[in-house]
Design a protein around this ligand. Structure first.
Ligand code: AMP
Length: 434
């Protein structure tokens, strides 16, 4: 691997450290941050555009928050949660996903007292003990937004519309929106039973996980990626044949509003999502060239979740996207991202007196809001300019003995290598002009 840091290439000469980042987690190095800031800025802009306000929840939560809502029978809770007891014996979990914590905060801080729906968004890490592979990590980051306190299908459509606008704003053009409804408390039990009956005919062909799903959580059977299980899913009953009239009407309205906005979508009767709290609308965004494991993001309605946490019945709907997956796809599709602003100048010095002038100059430039990096230590001028070059600054400002005496500085253009001497007092205005 070749890392690019400014204009320097850092070869694969790894340092001798006793420790490594834990498997499935990674450091986000400076050269990667361009992508991260790009995605985060587009996310924040989108949320501001639609009136969603930021919310930050702790990385630690009561383990029961996820066990109750995401629920047993899902991989996240059964196999992937990072849980531990703290020193007081309380069972905690690292944040496994973003929605349940938002709902907890909504109840804990009485946000239900505000006019509804309350619209919130978050960006932060989530932890799942998965088998690490490309696009699947043990620590990943999600951008998600939630609208709480409203059942109107127009809100489901706003959430989907935002997901589409977000991906378009990032520069993606090739993706599909997969849509389904998984009904409510009333209609889901009948459908679960129909699924159970269908799959019972094929138990010998089911993978070990699906044998358990058949007993504990038949909806999850549709989600299995094993080919033998997918074959059985092809002939499984469709949820849409089991929806109650209210869920049917809701799903019709979602489709009607999406059509009115000319937002393309594909009905996918096997889409159930990996978390158990969903009701009615579920959707996922897939990049075109990839398979089913590569969702860029997904979401849906979760009308019972807040009640499960002890609140009143509160319908809600939301979406979350995986930032690492978005960045992988940005790179794969060679989408250009805007580069982060960098310091404009590097201040070099020669000798102790010049060092004091350099420190003072850097102080004044920072005071004037001009981004510069000052040299430290006792490198040669050549070494200092090499550093300026690696940092890709446009200018180097050089102060030596002569410049100290004359109250001047040398302003060197790092691209053309041309330089001129200017009065120290004019450095700020010169840099401001550029
Ligand atoms: P979920 O909370 O499962 O609905 O996930 C929301 C989004 O987060 C997914 O669509 C993925 O883009 C991303 N995601 C989920 N799990 C992982 C993971 N283990 N590694 C990287 N991204 C993930």
């Amino acid at each position: 691997m070749l890392l690019h840091y400014g204009k320097l290439n850092i070869n694969d000469r790894k340092g001798d450290c006793l420790y490594k980042a834990p498997r499935g987690t990674s450091d986000i190095l400076p050269q990667e941050q361009t992508y991260w800031k790009y995605v985060e800025e587009k996310a924040a802009f989108l949320c501001q555009l639609y009136g969603y306000q930021p919310l930050t929840t702790p990385i630690l939560e009561d383990a029961q928050l996820f066990a109750r809502t995401v629920a047993g029978g899902t991989d996240i809770v059964d196999k992937e949660m990072y849980t531990f007891e703290d020193r007081s014996g309380q069972k905690l979990a690292l944040r496994a996903e973003g929605t349940a914590p938002v709902c907890r905060a909504y109840l804990e801080h009485g946000l239900f007292n505000l006019p509804q729906p309350v619209k919130l968004y978050y960006i932060g890490p989530a932890f799942r003990y998965e088998r690490p592979q490309a696009g699947r990590y043990r620590q990943h980051h999600q951008f998600g937004y939630e609208a709480l306190g409203e059942a109107d299908p127009a809100l489901d459509v706003e959430i989907i519309e935002m997901a589409q606008r977000f991906l378009l704003s990032l520069g993606f053009s090739e993706f599909s929106i997969q849509l389904n409804s998984i009904g409510c408390k009333l209609c889901q039990p009948k459908y679960r039973e129909a699924l159970r009956q269908h799959y019972s005919n094929y138990t010998t062909y089911l993978c070990p996980d699906c044998k358990v799903r058949l007993l504990r959580n038949p909806l999850r059977l549709l989600d299995c990626k094993k080919i033998s299980c997918q074959k059985i899913a092809e002939t499984a009953p469709k949820i849409t044949d089991y929806l109650c009239p209210e869920c049917q009407a809701h799903f019709q309205s979602v489709q009607q509003y999406l059509e009115a906005l000319v937002i393309p979508f594909q009905l996918n009767y096997r889409l159930v999502r990996g978390l158990d709290y969903y009701t009615r609308t579920v959707f996922e965004i897939e990049p075109h060239e990839e398979g089913a494991q590569s969702a860029l993001g997904g979401g849906g309605r979760y009308d019972n979740l807040i009640e499960q946490l002890g609140g009143k019945h509160t319908p809600a709907v939301g979406f979350a996207a995986g930032i690492e997956r978005l960045i992988l796809n940005l790179k794969k599709q060679k989408i250009k991202v805007s580069v982060l602003p960098k310091p404009i100048a590097f201040i070099a010095y020669l000798g102790e007196e010049a060092k004091i002038e350099a420190i003072k100059l850097a102080f004044e430039l920072h005071q004037a809001g001009i981004a510069v990096i000052k040299a430290t230590g006792d490198k040669s001028l050549k070494g200092q300019l090499r550093q300026a070059n690696s940092l890709c600054t446009n200018y180097a400002i050089i102060i030596g003995e002569k410049e100290v005496k004359n109250h001047t500085a040398v302003l060197r253009d790092m691209i053309t290598n041309k330089q001129k001497t200017i009065p120290l007092a004019e450095v700020i205005s010169s840099l401001k002009q550029n």
